[in-house]
Design a protein around this ligand. Sequence first.
Ligand code: HEM
Length: 444
Amino acid sequence: MTHAAGSERPAGPRGHWLFGNTEEYDRDRNAFLERCHREYGDVFSFDARTIVVSSPDQVHALLTRTNSDFLAENSPLAGSVDTEQMAADAELWTTTRRAGWQGLHRRVAQAHAERLREIFLRTVGEGEMDVLPTMADFFGRATADFCLSADAAGVPETLAENVAAIDPLSRDSLQLPPWWPSRKVRRFARSRKRLLTLMADIVRRRRGASGASSAEDLLGVLLAAGAAGALNAEGAAGGRQLSDLQIERFLRGIMLAALGVPAAALTWIVYELSTRPDFLARLEEEAAAAGDVPVMGDLPYTEAFVKEVLRLWPPTWLIGRTVRRETELDGWRLKTGDQVLFSLYRLHRDPRWWSDPDRLLPERWLDPRTVPVRHTYLPFGAGPRVCVGTQLGMMQLTLATSWLVSGMSITPSQEAAIVPDFSGLLVPRDLRVRLERRAVRQGA
Ligand code: HEM
């Protein structure tokens, strides 16, 4: 159905005559979207080029038609929207993604678990801690190790610099063009180049070394892709070898994606553990029975707890797409270059799809009768651009939760209630806790 002429754009708040809705949106992004949803329903206009959708069917259409009608590509820097260039980037990324997929599935992820524990014990120590930076350090080291194993020296630091340079740019609604003489833009460009140069050196060195195609880490899998007999996750032949440039960009993409989002998720887990001691006994009992490096199947309650924290606090709380070519969505006409947004956070807490939506109830994932309505639970996205690290990320979060509860007591350091920060990734603002390693359990 196409809406009647004259109503080609859905209704929405008009905002300031010059700045539109940016000011109110930047004050509290989630509150603004919630108000508009209440007032205008499941589809509303944000501005002349942006609409926001909210129903599972609309979200399903947006995600499954990504790559064909919509593009996931974006950049923290502005520029006129060049959908041709974005489509070309999407093609290149998708080819590499197909080859890289086999380096990211559950078996490879599980093989990395032992080293993950060592990194966890080294980075998450005792005492008072600022949780988000600590978890970012843990995941920065974990992702560098997963991608590059023995060649990872120096990478976590360069990666952290790159993440720190992206952060202030991605929080700004008003994007700056790449030529803008601002310190923020220059710092971003420098750190991106440093990381790519480092990747290029490592790829060149590894290609030159004998046994370059060992599949011990993601780089090994990528170098082996295209070799005789290599299969991707869908079982298709690996095809041509990937170029060095494809591999370098893919590694950078993976390392960035596998740092900030999982770190935010683990920070929310720590927050829930610190304020809800009632969950600890069961989590701890499961961790004790599963041992130091458990396999996922041994931690069903911990996995349910993690899934529930991701429902309440999805770090990627807002997802956007750019319209690739003129199309329609749920009957609304869209022009090339328009933006479509949806809030995962709102979808996960919508009382139409969830009973008791604001309560942390891990049990809801253990009851086989409660299957969520399709596309109402998407912490890892869906469709052709679904998170490639879903298995690895779930494993890392579940194991880290079991290590946290089995070794330590966690108490909040601040009296005041935590404020969720929606300005970038969803994080609990300034969460600090006290971690104390307890004496070894009797009989352990
Ligand atoms: C642990 C928690 C994680 C969560 C909640 C998460 C969430 C997400 C979400 C929601 C998306 C889709 C964004 C969109 O549709 O625009 C995504 C994409 C992506 N994720 Fe994750 N992620 C996690 C961990 C990881 C890990 C460990 C890796 C890497 C090993 C990873 C790599 C990626 C990549 C490369 C993409 C982009 C995929 C593409 O555009 O083709 N993620 N993630």
